[in-house]
Write a protein that binds this ligand. Structure first.
Ligand code: NAG
Ligand code: NAG
Length: 212
């Protein structure tokens, strides 16, 4: 009797698990005629799709690294590659010029990097403020756990190339320095919340287009 109850409960739990993990469609290519919601975009009519909707050719060419970070990040995410909508993954190409960096940033999901041309120093900082970092060479991969601050630095004498994949079609990037200094939060408030001095805050506001 008890055993039957347990068996019933167990199959009930399996049913719940399976039904919540099952989608009623095979795919949902984003239709940008409608706004995005928490679960992504509405689907294009499958009758209008071709194989080309499932192919993205944008990662084959180097991006423009003429900027303060000497970085070009080319995105294959739901907004650039609509077939990723709802499928929980995305990919980026990173070109990092000589002396360039991927500045410290975070996102909602985890990231796996594959180094094609290095070396780079890559690392993340845990919630306990421990820095895990290492020099990575061609073929190395490293995981950056979700939400944690992380970065990459080209330490070679030629441009570096890497590809990253993230387990969301919309990873939600937040880059620390532009976020802190590229807005109108008053300098004296930023001084208080960062312990930086006014000269440094003003310098970074200038750099990232912030005011006040
Ligand atoms: C999509 O397919 C439907 C049904 O075949 C058709 O009526 C409609 O015009 C198509 N829409 C576009 C944008 O091609
Ligand atoms: C790269 O970006 C810089 C700065 O925006 C621009 O001046 C330059 O023309 C771009 N180079 C190419 C090849 O597009």
């Amino acid at each position: 009797m008890e055993l039957q109850k347990v068996a019933f409960l167990f199959s009930f739990l399996i049913l719940i698990t399976v039904s919540s993990a099952t989608s009623v469609v095979d795919f949902c290519v984003a239709d940008f005629d409608y706004p995005v919601g928490p679960a992504g975009y509405p689907c294009k009519n499958p009758a209008n799709l071709t194989v080309d909707d499932f192919v993205f050719s944008g990662l084959g060419v180097p991006g423009n690294t003429s900027n303060i970070f000497k970085l070009a990040a080319t995105f294959a995410v739901d907004t650039t590659f609509p077939a990723l909508n709802g499928l929980g993954l995305s990919m980026l190409r990173l070109d990092i010029g000589v002396g360039g960096v991927v500045p410290i940033h975070s996102h909602r999901v985890s990231e796996l990097i594959l180094v094609i041309d290095g070396p780079i120093i890559a690392g993340f900082i845990s919630g306990d403020n421990i820095a895990y970092y290492k020099k990575l060479n061609k073929g190395d991969i490293m995981i950056f756990p979700q939400n944690l601050l992380h970065f990459q630095v080209n330490v070679g004498d030629k441009p570096a190339l890497a590809f990253v994949s993230l387990n969301s079609a919309s990873p939600g990037f937040q880059t620390t320095s532009p976020s802190l200094f590229g807005n109108d939060l008053p300098t004296n408030v930023i001084e208080k919340i960062t312990l930086l001095d006014a000269v440094q805050v003003k310098k970074l506001k200038e750099l990232f287009g912030g005011t006040n």
